[in-house]
Write a protein that binds this ligand. Structure first.
Ligand code: SF4
Ligand code: SF4
Length: 264
């Protein structure tokens, strides 16, 4: 297969201040990717009935209610369409033992279903709780950033369907410039916002995210970790502890067997 090395990184910019919670993105994603429904149970959590990203929900619209009883006018109802972040340093990619998870020519993190063996190592390795194994298919599944559509020059289904352009798709560099201009425009109007996944504290370990967000509050409010950590960062400490344990066992063994040899 010929790979176009001049192809820019492609990603999503999701602007939370523009989301109206219509869930067109969730539905379009399910339709295009032929993902089954998650049932009709009401969660009781605002208008959210899918609750989280899963192996069959690759876009999840979270509803965040901030009620201020003393100053009702200060109450806020915010919606955020969450998705796989397509991390620069992806925990799922690092953990996969079969090479099923790759970076494709658009620099997006893609699970190859014909190579995945369903071991699930990627699941706890994602600092964002995104990827999951689909029990029926027996493989790990998550957003592909509509790889099939991108190859045909089409934008992903969620971005195509979003009526307010809360989700936009394009070359990551262009999206970052657009996002920065949006931050400045909102700040001029007195709305305090920040970008998540461009250059903040959250990128120290996982690197910049190809799917990043404009948020009007702290990351935790939107279930985004303020400092996502890769599990591999704990490996040196784990190896050191293992070596120390092995050394201690060797010393104990030497102490136990030396007297018996002396007696013989
Ligand atoms: S968000 Fe999770 S599943 Fe998506 S690329 Fe990053 S580590 Fe992998
Ligand atoms: S389609 Fe756009 S406006 Fe509707 S829920 Fe998704 S992100 Fe929000």
């Amino acid at each position: 297969m010929d790979i176009d090395l001049t192809q820019p990184k492609m990603g999503f910019f999701t602007d939370v201040t523009l989301c109206i919670g219509c869930k067109a993105c969730e539905v379009a994603c399910k339709q295009w990717n032929q993902l089954p429904s998650d049932g009709y149970a009401l969660s009781g959590n605002s208008y959210d009935n899918t609750n989280r990203l899963s192996s069959t929900t690759w876009r999840h619209v979270a509803f965040v209610e901030q009620m201020d009883r003393e100053t009702p006018a200060a109450s806020r109802w915010m919606m955020m369409s969450d998705v796989c972040k397509h991390c620069t340093n992806a925990g799922c990619f690092e953990a996969c033992p079969t090479g099923a998870i790759v970076r494709n020519e658009f620099d997006d993190v893609y699970v190859q279903p014909d190579i995945c063996n369903g071991c699930g190592y990627c699941v706890p390795s994602c600092p964002f709780g995104v990827v999951a194994v689909q029990p029926k298919a027996g493989v790990a599944q998550k957003c592909t950033l509509c790889y099939d559509r991108q190859k045909d020059g089409l934008e992903p289904a969620c971005a195509k369907s979003c009526p307010t352009d809360s989700i936009t798709f394009g070359p990551v560099d262009e999206l970052r410039a657009k996002a920065q201009a949006r931050v400045e425009a909102l700040r001029e109007r007195g709305t305090e916002v920040r970008l998540y996944g461009v250059d903040g504290e959250e990128t120290k370990d996982v690197g910049p995210l190809n799917a990043f967000f404009l948020i009007p509050d702290r990351p935790e409010v939107f279930n985004l970790p303020p400092k996502p950590v890769l599990p591999s960062r704990f490996q040196p400490a784990a190896y050191t502890a293992g070596l120390a344990a092995a050394l201690a066992m060797a010393l104990v063994g030497a102490a136990v067997f030396r007297p018996s040899r002396e007696r013989a």
